[in-house]
Design a protein. Structure first.
Length: 103
């Protein structure tokens, strides 16, 4: 797992042809806005969340975010334990996001 600043996360994502964006917030939080193209997997779903992670392609690069960076950091750690090595946490989360978003 790598913690990336907002700038590094956005820059790396933009240049990555093998990128997948994961939003690990609740559906309610997502309804308030999200990064376009993000897949929502709510980390609060427990085993359902872990099962969904197991279905992901481990060869992809995952850019993970939540509201402030805490849950996405946890998610990246879980992903690493499941064999997904390239998981990048957005430090500061969506609340500090200055890039494109949908509401």
């Amino acid at each position: 797992m790598a913690d990336l600043t907002q700038e590094d996360w956005a820059s790396q994502l933009e240049q990555d042809d093998n990128a997948v964006i994961l939003d690990v917030r609740t559906a309610e939080e997502v309804s308030e806005g999200y990064i376009p193209g993000a897949i929502n997997l709510d980390i609060h779903q427990g085993q359902e969340f872990v099962d969904a992670l197991k279905e992901l392609d481990a060869d992809k690069n995952y850019y993970v975010y939540c509201r402030s960076g805490g849950r996405s950091s946890q998610a990246c750690s879980i992903m690493n334990q499941l064999g997904i090595d390239k998981a990048y946490n957005l430090m500061g989360g969506f609340s500090n996001w200055k890039g494109e978003s949908t509401q």
